[in-house]
Design a protein around this ligand. Structure first.
Ligand code: CA
Length: 237
């Protein structure tokens, strides 16, 4: 389904969460705006007029609870509170700050997106198709990549990958069996932010191999096509 032109304001101060949310929600077709503290959340709310706010409870400068109350005094925009500990949920619920729903960290992207859609659906009073069928889980040989959950597992073991390595693996797996030239990979993964150091790509491939290959010195999954680029082998499963 298309998320249309819906914009989500993410009020969050932890960079790792911001990065994952930006990627995950964009992938779902949402527009994403970021606020890194409570005051910025209020400013962004006025400026952006988002369709939904994902509001962390513990924010610098102004707490999520106060942000929620302030916004509620003028707007019925859907708000999902994000709490770090389950103990804080009681506070959010007990204070009746006017949030539509809440999620507890750590949450999966799948769970979060389901909550977002449910809240939007209730708010808009219209049916949207379920998220099922949208997930494009990639499975190639021993490697399994779930874009929604931002998870990779190899030989049934979860593997932690930094963002760029994850994106690189996803790109290669999406094009399994095809050679991707260095230029194409660099453009798609780094774009204008590429440092220009030609080693960057090779370093990422090397790190990726060390995490997914049985024998990184003799790679069978990501192969080097000399003088051209890399290919993820089109393994049957
Ligand atoms: Ca926080």
């Amino acid at each position: 389904m298309s998320s249309g032109d819906l914009t989500i304001l993410v009020a969050e101060d932890e960079e790792s969460f911001i990065e994952a949310l930006e990627l995950g929600l964009t992938r779902e077709g949402f527009g994403v705006e970021i606020a890194r503290d409570g005051l910025e959340a209020l400013e962004q709310f006025q400026k952006v007029r988002p369709d939904l706010i994902l509001l962390d409870l513990m924010l610098p400068k102004m707490s999520g609870i106060d942000v929620c109350r302030t916004i509620r005094s003028t707007s019925q925009v859907p708000i999902i509170m994000v709490t770090a500990k389950s103990a804080e949920i009681d506070t959010v619920v007990g204070l009746e700050v006017g949030a539509d729903d809440y999620v507890t960290k750590p949450y999966s992207m799948r769970e979060l997106v389901a909550r977002i859609r449910a809240v939007l659906r209730r708010h808009q009073g219209e049916e949207t198709p379920a998220t099922a069928g949208r997930e494009k889980i990639l499975k190639r040989g021993e490697v399994y990549l779930d874009p929604e959950r931002h998870e990779v597992s190899v030989r049934n073991k979860l593997v932690k990958l930094p963002l760029k390595e994850f994106e690189l693996l996803e790109l290669l797996m999406n094009n399994a069996g095809k050679v991707l030239t260095r230029d194409v990979i660099i453009d798609r993964i780094w774009g204008a932010y590429y440092s220009g150091d030609t080693k960057t790509l090779d370093v990422h491939v090397k790190r990726l191999r060390s995490k997914i290959e049985r024998d990184p010195s003799d790679p069978k999954l990501i192969t080097t096509i000399r003088g051209l680029g890399y290919r993820f082998e089109d393994l049957k499963h």
